[in-house]
Design a protein. Structure first.
Ligand SMILES: Cc1cc2nc3c(=O)[nH]c(=O)nc-3n(C[C@H](O)[C@H](O)[C@H](O)COP(=O)(O)OP(=O)(O)OC[C@H]3O[C@@H](n4cnc5c(N)ncnc54)[C@H](O)[C@@H]3O)c2cc1C
Length: 342
């Protein structure tokens, strides 16, 4: 038991975050190196299907805790359950998400152990896991370990570890566990959709636009838009229309810089960066984005970065693998056409 690697399956009402399966894959690799079983922790109201999926993705066993009080994520009951189940584990992995930021911290305090958030690489060093995590907005990589306390709790950055393909023929034990749950102190009274139902964190391709999306003086706004600010936003919407076309041609998602969000071109849900989403896609295309350090903090781990910018000295070109010096309004339309033709 003490060698086992537990994985918390993060889900929203029974639908797993793909990063939960990445965490199972990472746990499998760790188990091969250091021994122990991979045990999935599936906590919720009706989560039998998730437990089966965890086995299919590589868990040896799934511990399932089902209770009406666990229908919605709340840190108090979830940390109490996870703390009880994982107390004897050697390692407890979770995908990094808004929920697990709270959960990992609370379980860490309850079990008096160390938590390493937002890990992008793991190695085995003696009896401990040596984790690599970006710090200072991604400018430095720190090596962190939990030398003695157990379990070692790590949250793994989305898309930093490969997602295993499910094997529907794979078998493993699913064990229902009864855990006493105290009445939670908070109540979730409902959910409302945000303006944008975007899931940038899971996207393999992201095309982002910045302040440059509004910079096309040749575009003449409709006559009824007379206010200068509204004309600027209208121009940016034409720019983001092109960004959206490229994203959909590549089967990807749209992102944005904070300048674009602050100027009202696009909602905050799209913002990439230090105070927005941290993403790690296979391909990141930045159009009309200068490459400020706070933007780079959110996308510097993308596998391939392409920059489109009018200014050959824009800092984004230092990080980009491919760069196009040009006006996004001229570069994007033929690019979209060519990709669609292919
Ligand atoms: C505490 C803090 C947190 C922050 N968090 C974030 C964050 O999370 N995310 C983030 O993005 N920023 C963040 N910022 C803001 C950041 O510092 C920059 O101001 C912002 O990223 C700039 O956005 P931008 O590149 O779109 O705009 P700009 O810096 O104005 O760059 C626009 C670029 O577009 C180019 N351009 C103009 N017209 C065209 C055209 N027609 N075709 C092609 N290129 C064109 C220009 O050459 C320029 O390089 C933060 C700042 C602070 C202080």
């Amino acid at each position: 038991m003490a060698k086992d690697i537990f994985v918390f399956i993060d889900h929203f009402q029974g639908e797993a975050l793909p990063a939960s399966w990445e965490a199972i894959g990472a746990a499998r690799s760790l188990a091969e190196e250091k021994g122990g079983d991979v045990i999935a922790l599936v906590v919720g109201e009706d989560v039998g299907a998730l437990a089966d999926q965890a086995i299919q993705h590589g868990a040896d066993k799934a511990l399932k805790v089902e209770h009406a009080s666990l229908a919605d994520f709340r840190p108090e009951p979830f940390s109490s359950v996870v703390g009880k189940l994982a107390a004897e584990a050697d390692v407890l992995l979770m995908p990094t998400s808004g929920r697990t930021r709270e959960l990992a911290a609370m379980v860490g305090v309850d079990l008096d152990t160390g938590v390493i958030p937002d890990v992008i690489e793991m190695d085995v060093a003696g009896d401990a896991v040596m984790a690599t995590r970006p710090i200072y907005a991604g400018k430095l990589l720190s090596k962190v370990t939990v030398p003695e306390a157990r379990p070692q709790i790590l949250t793994l950055r989305t898309r930093a570890f490969p997602k295993p393909e499910p094997d529907t023929g794979r078998s493993g034990a699913v064990e229902a566990v009864d855990v006493e749950i105290e009445d939670p102190l908070t109540e979730v009274t409902g959910y409302g959709e945000t303006e944008a139902g975007v899931s940038l964190s899971d996207a393999a391709v992201i095309v982002s636009g910045g302040r440059g999306t509004a910079n096309n003086p040749d575009l003449e706004p409709p006559a009824d838009i007379t206010d200068e600010k509204e004309q600027e936003v209208w121009r940016a919407q034409q720019g983001f229309e092109l960004i959206g076309q490229l994203a959909s041609a590549l089967g990807g998602a749209v992102g944005a810089s904070r300048a674009a969000v602050d100027a009202g071109y696009i909602p905050y849900a799209y913002q990439v960066g230090q105070t927005g989403k941290v993403v790690s896609p296979d391909l990141y295309i930045a159009a009309g984005i200068s490459g400020a350090i706070q933007h780079l903090a959110g996308m510097r781990t993308a596998k391939t970065i392409v920059a489109i910018n009018k200014d050959p000295d824009a800092p984004i070109f230092k990080l980009a693998r491919f760069g196009v010096v040009g006006d996004l309004f001229e570069v994007l339309p033929p690019l979209v056409e060519e990709i669609n033709n292919r």
